[in-house]
Design a binder for this molecule. Structure first.
Ligand code: GDP
Ligand code: IMO
Ligand code: MG
Length: 433
């Protein structure tokens, strides 16, 4: 009998951009498979190795090691042209991806991007401020059941049959419902996508079966979430969310691996909060504070370059992340960015029309009225680069006392251990407890 498989899931515990790429890369070297299970190229995951910066959008953040197999699971939506460019940009840096892509993953089509624009203007204040990558429309077409899957690109007759339906539907919605322009020619899409299929053919396979066999053989798996709990389609701040489920449970649906067996679920949380896009944001900082942290933390979207909105830590959000993901631990990132501040504000509850609320409400009306109830904790001194290097070599006990108190306060409030502390973007700037 093979040893039981080990399963570790890394998910965003806030609004995305928590540092999932960095934490995934940190653990990927010990994994046989590193797997994405939802989202698409709305994700932007940064990994820095030996000073080289990699920005990944579809490909899992384990790709920089030669050993693990990178898998794009069936729950992911793939822009084939974007994926080809991503593979080429890795090759240009000397990395040959060891990649498998699910034949069941849905393809983002050019008309999804047109639809994304139309939807965003139609939704006005209720829009989420999408990344314009076609994410809502591709998942909608999947649910309508006229989506195009990557496997379809390898079967020209089937592809043509399906594309006819999907093309007609999207064209009519854009022109009739939205009164928009639609200048995409059917033949161009058809021939371009068949070409993308040819290029990607060597990667496209039945990943569901491959993953099952590896699971049965006791291999180790690392699952990399995209986005974060507050962007989850069900559990997030709907409708200001993305269009996939971002929580750890989606790992089973988005890959086809069953739910039996123990697992480690790591929620990645920044030591403060950022948000790209539109939604209520109770702990958003005033402009001066936000400008300071945005510059220090380089809070600009990895995918769109948009400045991220910045706020202080929201423990209502993190408490929900612990609950709905079943987190076994938290990786706290970017704690270095808070260095040198006298005091740190942390939100422990919301005041909603006079009531103290400690758990995330599902109501948009309530979230629009939520005011943070906060405590302040003492900060720690500025850390120079050499302080950071020394701390990373020295382990948890050597961290400044006030930093350890900040960490202990969060653990106590959200009832989950913080076992990974990230003090910089590089692989080695990480402390395990
Ligand atoms: P993801 O989408 O969750 O993978 O996060 P992004 O890559 O979009 O954004 C996180 C940013 O913070 C990237 O630029 C990382 O290189 C950087 N980063 C990650 N962890 C740390 C950390 O502990 N300290 C600092 N200073 N930067 C970090
Ligand atoms: P990673 O994986 C931060 C946000 C968008 C918008 C909403 C819906 O890098 O953490 P979509 O294009 O998905 O329809 O946009 O979700 N969003 C993200 N914000 N990080 C991300 O990914 C995001 N992916 C989507 O800004 O508010
Ligand atoms: Mg990101």
């Amino acid at each position: 009998m093979a040893e039981p498989a080990t399963l570790t899931v890394v998910v965003g515990a806030q609004w995305g951009d928590e540092g999932k790429g960095k934490i995934t890369d940190y653990f990927a070297g010990d994994s046989d498979y590193v797997v994405r299970f939802q989202g698409g190229n709305n994700a932007g995951h940064t990994v820095i190795v030996d000073g080289e910066v990699y920005k990944l959008h579809h490909i899992p953040s384990g790709v920089l090691y030669p050993h693990p197999i990178s898998v794009i699971g069936n729950g992911v939506v793939v822009n084939p042209k974007g994926l080809i460019e991503e593979i080429e940009s890795l090759r240009a840096k000397g990395v040959e991806p060891n990649l498998k892509v699910s034949d069941r993953a849905h393809a983002i089509m050019p008309y999804h991007i047109v639809m994304d624009e139309c939807l965003t203007s139609h939704q006005g204040e209720l829009a989420a401020g999408s990344t314009k990558r076609g994410i809502a429309p591709v998942y909608a077409d999947k649910a309508y059941r006229h989506g195009i899957r990557l496997g379809d690109l390898l079967e020209p007759a089937i592809f043509e049959e399906k594309l006819q339906r999907a093309y007609k539907f999207n064209k009519e919605v854009v022109t009739q419902a939205f009164g928009g322009n639609f200048d995409l020619a059917f033949d161009d899409i058809y021939t371009d996508y068949l070409k993308y299929g040819e290029t990607l053919q060597k990667y496209i396979c039945d990943t569901q079966l491959e993953l099952f066999e590896a699971y049965r053989d006791g291999k180790s798996f690392l699952f990399e979430g995209a986005q974060g709990v507050s962007l989850d389609l069900d559990h997030g701040l709907y409708p200001h969310t993305t269009s996939s489920n971002t929580v750890a449970g989606q790992m089973s649906v988005g890959t086809g691996i069953g739910l039996n067996g123990g697992r480690r679920v790591i929620g990645v949380a920044k030591a403060y909060v950022s948000r790209v896009g539109i939604s209520p944001f109770p702990t958003e900082m005033n402009d001066d504070e936000a400008d300071y942290l945005r510059e220090r933390g380089q809070e600009y979207g990895t995918t769109t370059g948009r400045p991220r909105r910045v706020g202080y830590l929201d423990l209502i959000q993190l408490r929900q992340a612990v609950r709905v993901n079943g987190l076994t631990e938290i990786a706290l990132t970017k704690i270095d960015i808070l260095s040198g501040l006298d005091e740190l504000t942390v939100c422990t509850a919301y005041d909603i029309t006079g009531e103290e609320v400690r758990e995330m409400p599902g109501s948009l009306g309530k979230m629009r009225q939520a005011k943070p109830l906060s405590v302040t904790l003492p900060g720690w001194d500025e850390l120079t680069d050499s302080d950071v290097e020394q701390l990373c070599g020295g382990g948890y006990d050597n961290l400044p006392d006030t930093m350890k108190k900040y960490i202990a306060f969060i653990e106590e409030e959200v009832d989950c251990p913080i076992t990974i502390i990230s003090l910089g973007p590089q692989r080695h700037q990480t402390i395990l407890r």
